[in-house]
Ligand binder design. Structure first.
Ligand SMILES: Nc1ncnc2c1ncn2[C@@H]1O[C@H](COP(=O)(O)OP(=O)(O)OP(=O)(O)O)[C@@H](O)[C@H]1O
Ligand SMILES: [Mg+2]
Length: 281
């Protein structure tokens, strides 16, 4: 449904995307993971038609992304850098962005009410954005992305800097959109979000796709071995193994063990195994 073919995009000497190939399926929540500077936002912005590729193509439902491609009204985007007018109220922001999609009159009012309600901001509709908390701004940023009821929704770090309550509200919203048949592309640095929400995950770094699949597939393929952590006396020893149960039984018989713990690989193990442990930027 969204197809990226040999995508290249540079900023000066920096190759933000370096020959990326990927297909996002209709109706899935697709998680895009990668370290800082991996190229996630560049990919979102190319999908939204806010940037053009240097080489390669982005197509959405068979149409090229970008101006004139006919895909803009099908897409909603919540950018990483909040795109809101601080001096306007929540409602005025939604009316402004709705107007850009040629919504007017009763249609616009209906969508404004729906999105405010959806984002849990109905009672704050008349307040200026500059009085909002970080979580309320993120929720309004999401509401703006939905004003024209798009088929495909691009969310670039939609939960950054929000408290657990707002984060859960955003998760619930995303799950509702998913149940309603929307396609969602979701970037995040939070592995547990991808584990909870995403049908499939793509891990990118240095502008290339490194791995693609369900969380379970990725953990199986790239997560590495389980380990048994054994406590004896005051010490903990970590023992990697392919058969943790057998290893635990053996340890219990052999040593005077105070405690045993199983460490299974997670999406974070996959991420670190694929992208390394060195700091970025
Ligand atoms: N407008 C720009 N001008 C110059 N360099 C840019 C610009 N946009 C992106 N870059 C560079 O391109 C690379 C990819 O950036 P991008 O924002 O796509 O990464 P990201 O994966 O979204 O990172 P983050 O997790 O920090 O948001 C980085 O090296 C970044 O510095
Ligand atoms: Mg980014």
């Amino acid at each position: 449904m969204i197809r990226y073919t040999n995508l290249v995009r540079s900023f000066g000497a920096t190759r933000a995307l370096n020959g990326l190939n990927l297909e996002v399926r209709t109706g899935e929540i697709f998680g895009l993971l990668g370290p800082n500077g991996a190229g996630k936002s560049t990919l979102i912005n190319l999908t939204a038609g806010l940037l053009s590729p240097d080489e390669g193509e982005v197509s959405i439902g068979g149409n090229p992304a970008g101006p004139g491609g006919g895909s803009r009204s099908m897409l909603g985007v919540a950018p990483q850098a909040l795109a809101l007018y601080d001096e306007l109220t929540a409602e005025e922001n939604l009316r402004f962005f709705g107007g850009l999609y040629h919504l007017a009159g009763r249609d616009l009012s209906g969508r404004v009410d729906w999105t405010l309600d959806f984002a849990g901001l109905a009672d704050r509709r008349k307040d200026r954005v500059k009085t909002f908390s970080g979580g309320m701004k993120r929720r309004l940023n999401l509401a703006v992305a939905l004003i024209h009821d798009p088929e495909t929704i691009l969310l670039d770090e939609p939960t950054v800097g929000v408290d657990p309550q707002s984060r859960n509200a955003i998760f619930d919203s995303i799950e509702k959109l998913h149940r309603g048949g929307r396609t969602i592309v979701y970037t995040t640095h939070y592995m547990e979000e991808a584990e909870r929400l995403c049908d499939r995950v793509g891990i990118i770094d240095h502008g290339k796709l490194l791995a693609l699949g369900t969380v379970e597939d990725l953990v199986g393929e790239y997560g590495g071995r389980s380990a048994v952590v054994v406590q004896t006396g005051g010490r903990e020893t970590r023992i990697p193994t392919d058969d943790p149960v057998a290893e635990m039984i053996r340890l219990k018989q052999e040593r005077r063990v105070r405690g045993l713990r199983l460490e299974s690989p997670t999406l974070e193990s996959v991420f670190l195994n694929l992208t390394g442990r060195h700091l970025r930027d």
